[in-house]
Design a protein around this ligand. Sequence first.
Ligand code: AMP
Length: 606
Amino acid sequence: MDYSTVVDVFTEMEATSRRTELTELIVRLFRSTPRELVDKVVYLMLGRLRPEYEGVELGVADKMALRALAISSGLDVKRVEEMYVRRGDIGEAAEEALSRRVQGVLFRDKLTVERVYYTLERVAALKGQGSQDAKIRYICNLLNDAEPREGKYILKMVTGRLRLGVADYTILDALAIAFAGGKESRDVLERAYNLTSDLGLVARSLVDGGLDAVKAIRMELFRPIRPMLAERVASAEEALERMNGQCAAEYKLDGERLQIHKHGDRVKIFSRRLEDITSHYPDAVDAVVTGIRYRDVIVEGEAVAINQDTQEYLPFQELMHRRRKYGVEEAMREYPIALNLFDVLYVDGKVCIDLPYMERRRILEGLLVDGSSGSGGSDGGSSAGGGGRTVSIVPMIIADDAKTIEDYMFKAINEGCEGLMIKDLNSPYRAGARGYSWVKLKREYRSELADTLDLVVVGAFHGRGRRVGRYGALLLASYSRDDDTFYTVCKVGTGFTDEDLNRFYTMLSPYRMEHRHARVNSRLEADVWFEPRIVVEVIASEITLSPLHTCALNSIRKDNGLALRFPKFTRVRDDKSAEDATTVDEIVSMYKRQLKVTRQVHVGGE
Ligand code: AMP
């Protein structure tokens, strides 16, 4: 398959801001792709070579990519660097440099998708000393034969900057239309994707064996499952209503979610975003190897920073010190953790996800080497691992009245938790789904918003005064699952330290775009736009109607959306992906609840 076919479609994809058109383009591309390349084309479209959880990185720094570009174009490195600075985009610099190639354009071999993919695979595989020169040679090998517009995508890809802004769900739609007779088959594909987190695998199975092959896909050890997510409720009563009168109430710990896969003493840990974070948690690895009595398990839990002397839970921020490549051992001693398991997905050949909650909880409670029952409430879960509480089962009670839940929530908060997770006793583990089988109950809503929101950075405004040269304010958006779009809800300019401002600049630059992203809906014109990737947490005093923002536009009042009043930045949520942000629906219910509370306060005051 000619690489130029892929490049032509990518170019059109970048130019469109309509989701239906994006889907049609991908369908067209899939239909012109030979079977054995469909998975490769899926990965290339996502700017990767393999599913994200495998952590295959091309590892090419800008400098190295520019050197390759200089060699292939015959231009001076300085000149190529100057093009990069002027264009602000390495892909465009490549296009310009290659179109001014010094040597003639005769005798070039046409690039194929196969050649590009396998060459990039070699680039990714090169590690250690001397690998840089070899990487450059491989990249030059491609660039020498590349048309300028092909070179653009090759350089974007090797530097990790190829972002076409396609959501996973759009790719599933396109696969269903191209190979499975229409969108009706999408659920089957989505299920397989949720169990494997690998769109390439789903695509390949579909073209090789049809829908039956996709239906036969099972979860497997060391391949992460897309996590089950929770909705939010306002009160214990509402939680109970959602659960038909009886539920499990678990402590909601404020740490990092870990999905742990274990086979004997081989362990892998995946984050909520399915990155391999095993290296951050050698202590969690030890704890499950020594603390879990079965050979093969997949469990989920929350790692929380603790005070070693008092065994008290510490805030989420403390845990962030554990996110590092170097000095892990030292960080482990300085910031010890407790691991609290809250679900089990697989044990010794038995798939548990389709079992009801209570059944899974029973299995979970039997997992630990010296574990006893974790339910009943009084002192929480069982524990194992080196005598301390390194690995435990999260404390839980069964409740059927609001008072019991509220008392338990009070206890949880007093012990340093965020609140409670309320779970439906009969629900299976719904991989990749957010729903009311799990709901989170955080502190009560007052007329002032006590709760935080997680919002996506979609744009920014240049700073003034002390903030010149950095971003002065960020444009934040909520997420709508219905149409896979981000709707703006506030501009935030307070709560940042100087260090935060510098950090934002570097963190956001890779996602910078020339124009508004196709999945962003905004009435405001930002100075700079970003691909929706970075999630930040904010607090605010209340939610108000606003003609400036598009969140829930027209749904409460014509020509008005909802906005946050006095938003303040609190922290970056790099454990969340853009699609995990607070949703438009959640903001609408928060707004309605706030109205109710305000009314009560007024009535009470009169
Ligand atoms: P949130 O991040 O506010 O959407 O809340 C969901 C997150 O709470 C999950 O992804 C877990 O990381 C965390 N969590 C803490 N305790 C529990 C628990 N007992 N059950 C499930 N998730 C929990």
